[in-house]
Design a protein around this ligand. Sequence first.
Ligand code: NOJ
Length: 495
Amino acid sequence: MLYQIYPRSFLDSDGDGVGDLEGVRARLDHLRWLGVDGVWLSPIYRSPMADFGYDVSDHCAIDPVFGDMEDFDRLLGEAHAGGLRVLLDWVPNHTSDRHPWFVESRSSREAAKRDWYFWRDGRDGKPPNNWRAAFGGRAWTWDDATDQWYLHLFLPEQPDLNWAHPGVVESMHGVLRFWLDRGVDGFRADVVHLIGKDPTLPDQPGALAEIDLVGVQDHPSAHPLLRGIRSVLDSYAGDRVMVGEVNLGTPAQLVPYYGAGDELHMVFNFSLLWASWDASQWAQRIAESEAALASSHDAWPVWVLSNHDTPRHRTRYGGDAGRARVAATVLLTLRGTPFLYAGEELGLLDADVPEAARVDPGRRDGCRAPIPWDDTAGHGWRGEPWLPWPPEVDERDAASLRADEGSILHLYRRLLAARRRSAALHAGTWKLLDAPAGVLAYEREAGSDKRQVWANFGEEPVLCRADGQWVVDVGSREWDGRLGGTDAVVLRPAG
Ligand code: NOJ
């Protein structure tokens, strides 16, 4: 299981109100106690922070707000010593507009790096095509200096790199090597499908002209680029891994991004993150994902319910704490690698962020609220955090939940331990079981190892199957076939 840390929101150690690398290092014990295998750090590189680090101005330097390279090396060393892997966030589709590459590119039409980005003339004073940008507005910005438009699928401060240029490929491979040489275990690759672009940059047809390209761009030119990226990772000793963010709509569309086992090692599958609180919808999406991924090269699934871009899942499910427990039970009993988003193990809700305190161009502030570590006034933070605390902050801090065996934090820990000791749970086959309406039930099997999971999405107790052959592996009481409203249980064969 991998654990996403949004460093700004994890823990501030120096009093500026923004989380930092020392803050992460200080809480490695929490991660080890929980049973985490590795962490993914959202961007920590030097950045003007227009998109809070997803606008990189120096890929090989730590932004001072997070610390320095010494802090990073210390964190990496201690994580490794404690058996934790470290994945960085690699942002290949775009850079900051302050990156020296873009500064040079925009300096003149003849600049050596002009074609490292997309510069085009307009059409009768209008942008070169009808593409929209992810945070609103068009995907082109006019630049007076050279009288041309440049492309940005996100903010104007995030110009898109042109991966058709060999210099871009070589330099971005160099960035990977820089960090692999330092000892990182791999990367989460930000919107990596977007690096494959149709070189003619055609208009989006029909209704697609109304939306941005992030969820629809699926061009074959991404695949040779991904094979090149994979060969960089493969040239290193040890298990180095690349997990890609590919925001396409269906699991079947993700499969090509694994290549023939020679592109991404793993691809985020957001189908449960996008699902509503509905057992039959979850069943259908898990079945569809299993079928799609098993169809080709035995692609290894990645499951996720929350991240720094979406309201936290407990918030999405209406705030019900029981639902968060049921969701955790399902998330941690599926085949593949689950990703947790820091704070979900505390059952955190999104912060209610007043308009005046909002800072994110994508309005994602709520899910980025600071993590409360203890029940003191500052909850472990040295400075006043950059965003407001989440609701229930006085009871949902890590120390208080750790002291309570019945808390959601302990449930996550028990589920992770159960997952580790059962091959059926982490790697076995998945078979949907017949279940009453509102209940998601499935069996997992690997050789002689078997588990069943029963998850009641409804509020009423239900009678499930009870044949005396199963006992509770993770759950609150003995198994007699009855499941309470909004409750879930992991079973193992009796005897
Ligand atoms: C996806 C990241 O998860 C998101 O936070 C960011 O704004 C965009 N990519 C642009 O890098």
